[in-house]
Design a protein around this ligand. Structure first.
Ligand code: ADP
Length: 323
């Protein structure tokens, strides 16, 4: 049985809406939405299916509270072994009630025949993973200030999920952090681990579901997930933000299997902090901020979930580093 920690307070800038403000789209409307968009419509393919870019006009959106026409991201879910419609719908309605500036807003959905589609707000700058690791000349490297801003936003979003309704993200990683035009971080795909087929595929999976390199030790050992398992995943993202290295990067860290393994448990805390700082490739930040961030990262990566801070504490610690 999965044990989740109970956290009582609610994040002040987030809201749980009384009723879902979701639009139920028809398949025809979404087909038109992708046709309306001139340009490349396939944004990418992830663990849950394909994601398309579309334009939904004002008239189509009016029944929801969105107001005017907008660019959207339409996620087509793999439907094999998907749970029944009623369970799916109640879960989606629940997700539609969550509102927070650091969560990608779910605008609506469509269930027709075997097509399951989720419609999200579109985020202009795409995923953090693309910014960190799939650099092309068109993507500017992220400054230390932006990395910190992104970490703070993602921490707030995750803290809201944990505190509001005790949602455990389950598979938190850099590809699930999306960035708007101002590099505000928003968490995508929250709740999807529950909706998707059991054992939802990721590029690299452990024997249980999850992404190798990000999965918390207790998850790998027992298959049990805790709120604090997300904190571990967040720690891995922090490590990636600081070092510019991928969680799973066998090329750079020859002989090691992933980024975290390279922080060998036998190293003293001081040596680990130094190792993180030595390996960093970006080198734009002050050593004081680097030491504090490295220290926080290591706390998130503690082996025992109980010793990891809560996401609220992580967010506050990052804000102190920023100020
Ligand atoms: P993954 O399973 O790897 O996290 P996703 O299925 O979430 O991938 O998304 C696939 C691609 O589509 C990603 O590269 C991501 O950048 C892009 N994408 C997903 N959702 C959005 C969105 N709301 N706005 C902009 N781009 C998105």
């Amino acid at each position: 049985e999965t044990v989740s920690e109970i956290v009582e307070e609610e994040s002040p800038d987030g809201r749980i809406l009384e009723t879902p403000n979701l639009k139920v789209f028809t398949f025809a409307e979404l087909k038109t939405a992708t046709k309306n968009f001139k340009g490349d419509t396939l944004l990418g393919e992830g663990g849950f299916g394909r994601v398309y870019k579309g334009w939904v006009d004002e008239k189509t959106l009016t029944p929801s509270k969105v107001g005017s026409g907008m660019i959207v991201a339409i996620k087509k879910l793999n439907h094999e072994s998907m749970q029944g419609f009623e369970e799916w719908q109640s879960e989606v309605n629940f997700l539609g009630r969550l509102y927070h500036p650091n969560l990608v807003k779910l605008l609506g959905y469509c269930w027709e025949d075997k097509e399951l589609l989720l419609v999200y707000e579109f985020l202009q700058k795409g995923s953090l993973e693309n910014h960190l690791f799939r650099r092309n000349p068109a993507i500017e490297p992220l400054s230390w200030e932006l990395r910190l801003k992104i970490a703070i936003g993602a921490a707030r979003g995750l803290a809201f999920l944990h505190t509001s309704e005790k949602v455990i993200y389950r598979d938190f990683k850099a590809s699930n952090i999306l960035l708007d035009g101002n590099y505000n971080a928003k968490i995508s795909d929250f709740g999807l681990a529950k909706l998707g087929p059991a054992g939802g595929e990721s590029h690299v999976t452990t024997r249980v579901m999850g992404t190798y390199g990000y999965a918390a030790p207790e998850y790998i050992a027992t298959g049990h997930l805790y709120v604090k398992s997300d904190v571990y995943g967040f720690g891995v993202v922090l490590l990636e933000l600081m070092t510019g290295l991928r969680a799973l990067d066998t090329k750079r860290l020859s002989g090691q299997q992933n980024l975290v393994d390279w922080l060998r448990p036998t190293l003293s805390l001081k040596k680990k902090v130094k190792t993180i700082m030595d390996v960093r490739i970006e080198g734009q930040y002050s050593s004081k901020a680097a030491i504090l961030s490295a220290d926080l990262t290591l706390k998130c990566l503690e082996h025992d979930p109980k010793n990891r801070p809560s996401m609220k504490e992580v967010g506050e610690a990052l804000e102190r580093i920023e100020s």
